[in-house]
Design a protein. Structure first.
Length: 554
């Protein structure tokens, strides 16, 4: 293949086979990402036929990671990130430590030195950005409480991994390897302090300078009226900040792109920026899975089957149990603990970067990379099954939670009241309006911390998922006059409405929705009012315009 066509051939071959294998996987009722991984194996160097350029594929995949983290940042406010710090930071650190210890113990049984085992365990501790976010998006959990915790957890893992990548050359000789070309010449303490200072400087620069400069720039571009120029500006911002963060501050591309999205999130243009980046984000994310598949040598399953099984068990069982334990220790509900543990039961891009550095420093034997890639491929493939398993466990726990919910709610004996599902940004305003007029209401809140806070304020609250049996009954839905659904999850809203109608068929309902199709569906179910933010905003602006122009609104 000519070098000048290698990029085109890699993109065409990767996306083409990903489409074919992905479609076949869907037909077989499997996740499409399984097809994407198999497409990578098909174009990789370990199978006959066309071989794509692995270096180009990995760089294209990195673009997908950048765009994906940029999109997450657009929907993840600084307040959300700060709110989960108390569980995300210790949780990620404990989970990383658990995986590292397991990796050291298992590899020591294989005859590896302790230093090699430590690096190997760290490689198994870092979850894939793409897989985690895709899993949460597919289940509509990205903007839920557990979704925010998982994303915060992921960010902490990224920061820790960046620290490890910087410090590993300095630690190579003490751990049993050899000094690399980029080994630092100063003391270890000074290197740690310098790394932390660079990360802090980057975050500070983004919140002090970027928070003002980036939205200002995109607003000026939007005023030109050119859609192409605005899309170009969004992509240039995401990629430029990611590369600049890595070059100037030594942080990861993913972390840099995430904070680029965060500083834009407070702008009125965040929705348009997200929609413009989404198509490219999806395409390049597919190339990430293809790139993972290309690294997989199927013969590792023949030569080291027991080692592969041990690696998969550490990734999918050891890490998951550690995450489950720490989340439960912080008093979070089982649903949150199970979702986070399933989300982290895989490894990805940072694992390969760490493995490559470990090999170059003589800290890992050659077979280690094959085992890590095999573990990544198998865990990514099986990760959707983890969510199926936790759904089954959650349903079994639902009845028990419903029976216990009376122990954690403020007793109420209300009649003709309002049942308010969700006490987020929208729910708080509805509750304030009801309270200001002296109208009785009960809040149904699925987040334990929020429910505890409402209890302290002597606000009637039922802790639980409104879509689960028993929760609405405890909120007195049978005697309620109105059901207000402010929760953003469309599936939860539908289930809650159906449960409420079964108990009290005549109850009036107002529900929040985000799409015309969902609004039409709800109206067909005889919902009193389905409120779509864009429609209400347009009506308010039109009403004001007509009033100012001297025309009474009809």
């Amino acid at each position: 293949m000519h070098e000048e066509t290698a990029l085109i051939a890699t993109i065409a071959g990767g996306l083409g086979l990903a489409f074919v294998f992905g479609l076949l996987a869907v037909r077989l009722r499997m996740p499409p990402l399984v097809g994407y991984l198999l497409a990578g194996v098909a174009v990789g160097p370990f199978t006959p036929g066309f071989v794509a350029d692995a270096g180009l594929a990995s760089q294209l995949a990195e673009i997908g990671v950048i765009l994906l983290m940029f999109g997450v940042g657009l929907h993840f406010s600084p307040e959300d990130l700060w709110a989960v710090r108390r569980i995300a930071i210790p949780g990620a650190l404990v989970q990383i430590a658990a995986a590292a210890v397991l990796g050291m113990f298992v590899s020591h049984l294989w005859g590896w030195p302790w230093g090699s085992g430590l690096v190997f365990g760290l490689c198994l501790s870092v979850a894939s950005t793409v897989v985690l976010l895709r899993a949460l998006e597919d289940r509509g959990a990205l903007e839920t409480g557990e979704g925010r915790i998982a994303v915060g957890w992921l960010i902490v893992e990224d920061v820790v991994t960046v620290l490890v990548l910087v410090l590993l050359p300095a630690l190579a000789v003490p751990l049993g390897g050899h000094a690399g070309e980029a080994a630092p010449t100063g003391s270890l303490a000074a290197e740690i302090a310098w790394t932390l200072a660079k990360v802090a400087a980057f975050i500070g620069a983004m919140f002090v300078v970027g928070r003002r400069a980036v939205p200002w720039l995109l607003e000026r571009v939007a005023r030109t009226g050119s859609r192409e120029l605005f899309t170009l500006g969004v992509l240039a911002t995401a990629l430029g900040i990611a590369v600049g963060a890595a070059s100037l501050f030594g942080v990861s591309f993913a972390l840099g792109a995430f904070f680029a999205g965060v500083v834009i999130s407070e702008s009125d243009l965040s929705t348009k920026a997200a929609s413009d980046a989404l198509p490219l984000q999806d395409a390049f994310a597919v190339l990430f899975f293809v790139a993972v598949g290309m690294l997989f040598d199927p013969m590792v399953l023949v030569h080291h089957p027991l080692k592969v099984v041990a690696v998969v068990l550490i990734i999918m069982i050891g890490k998951s149990l550690a995450a489950l334990a720490i989340v439960l220790a912080f008093g979070r509900p089982w649903k949150t603990a199970l979702t986070i543990s399933a989300s982290l039961a895989q490894i990805g891009e940072f694992s390969f970067i760490l493995a490559a550095l470990g090999l170059s420093l003589g800290l890992l034997p050659p077979e280690a990379q094959s085992l890590i890639v095999a573990g990544a491929l198998i865990s990514i493939t099986l990760n959707p099954l983890m969510f199926v398993a936790i759904a089954s466990i959650e349903s079994r726990l639902a009845t028990r939670r419903a029976a216990q919910v009376e122990d954690v709610v403020l007793p109420t004996h209300l009649r003709a009241h309002t049942v308010l599902i969700g006490h987020g940004r929208v729910g708080r305003r509805v509750a304030a309006a009801l309270g200001a007029h002296g109208l009785p209401y009960v809040v149904v809140e699925a987040d334990l911390d929020s429910a505890a806070g409402l209890l302290k304020q002597s606000i009637p609250v039922v802790y639980g998922d409104a879509s689960r049996p028993g929760v609405l009954e405890h909120a007195g839905i049978k005697d309620a006059r109105l059901l207000v659904v402010t929760a953003p999850d469309a599936f939860q809203a539908r289930a809650a409405i159906e449960l409420a109608r079964r108990i009290q068929p005549e109850i009036d309902i107002v529900v929040r929705t985000h799409s015309d199709s969902e609004r039409l569906y709800l109206e067909e179910k005889n919902v009193g009012k389905a409120v779509m933010g864009e429609h209400e905003l347009a009506e308010a602006m039109a009403r004001y315009a007509l009033e100012r122009l001297g025309t009474a609104p009809g």
